[in-house]
Design a binder for this molecule. Structure first.
Ligand code: APR
Ligand code: ZN
Length: 248
């Protein structure tokens, strides 16, 4: 019996959306080379100049709405369907990305640990709304009428979403894969080491491979749109073979 034996945990970062035309953060010409993090992505910036923070995320939202999922997002959605249909175990997809390309590709069991562009949050009445339009100059809350809406994004210094669920999935996973992330931001940067310490195989799929990535048992270098579908096909073949051998 294979059912429930293979829990998989996938962590994605900006690199998976790069080929959909969305700028990553830390590359030359990346989002952080044109902006000071402290101006647009901290609670202080939100308190002193909320419209500037909203404007920064309005731009990201506009770009994401024009982008399309690429073969890497699609391959992960296909992998999730396979895992669910074969009842192989838990499938956990955690993204640091605030775009909606995973869900548009068909992913279902997904956590946006750094929040979502298409959502706004009222700092006055604590209500969360789906919000596709811009927030800059337009921060009135439809519920309490205060000028108190903010992007529903985890700013630097704030706590990422769903950490208890993520911790539990890390402890239980057998296969951990990080895709398109530079490993500069904690806690996500520590997930591979945590999974490995619980005995998981850990794999990195990224354009660049850091020196001495001791937290990974294997690293593959390349474009996400190529190496992710390739890895997914290999895993599907391997799992199909294992299922046939065990008579399932
Ligand atoms: N295919 C695969 N990997 C790629 C590609 C691609 N086409 N293009 C870029 N990459 C890799 C880069 O080599 C880099 O290692 O993706 C990684 C992107 O790293 P970052 O820009 O640092 O993005 P990320 O790791 O997601 O950032 C984490 O930092 O500023 C915060 O909140 C923000 O969620 C973000 C977090
Ligand atoms: Zn409100």
């Amino acid at each position: 019996m294979l059912k429930g034996k293979f829990n998989i945990f996938i962590l994605t970062g900006a690199g998976i959306s790069a080929e959909s035309g969305l700028t990553t953060f830390r590359a030359e010409g990346g989002l952080w080379s044109g902006h000071r993090i402290e101006d647009v992505c901290t609670p202080d910036a939100l308190a002193t100049n909320p419209d500037l923070v909203c404007g920064f995320y309005d731009e990201r939202k506009k770009a994401a709405s024009k982008a399309l999922p690429n073969p890497a997002h699609e391959a992960l959605a296909e992998l999730e369907r396979f895992w669910r249909n074969a009842a192989l175990g838990n499938f956990t997809l955690i993204t640091q990305n605030v775009d909606d390309l995973h869900e548009r590709a068909g992913s279902q069991n997904l956590i946006h640990m750094h929040g979502e562009l298409n959502s706004a949050y009222c700092m006055d009445c604590s209500v969360q709304f789906v919000r596709h339009g811009p927030l800059e100059g337009n921060r009135e809350c439809p519920s309490c009428s205060q000028e108190a809406l903010r992007p529903d994004i985890v700013l630097f210094g704030e706590t990422p979403r769903c950490l208890p669920t993520i911790e539990a999935a890390l402890e239980a996973c057998h296969i951990f894969v990080a895709i398109g992330t530079s490993g500069n931001v904690v806690p996500a940067a520590d997930f591979a080491a945590q999974a490995k310490s619980h005995g998981a195989e850990t794999l990195l799929l990224n354009l660049e491979i850091p020196e001495l990535p001791v937290q990974f048992s294997d690293c593959r270098m390349g474009l996400a749109s190529q190496i992710v579908p390739q890895w997914v096909s290999e895993l599907l073949l391997k799992m199909n073979g294992t299922m046939q051998r065990s008579g399932e």
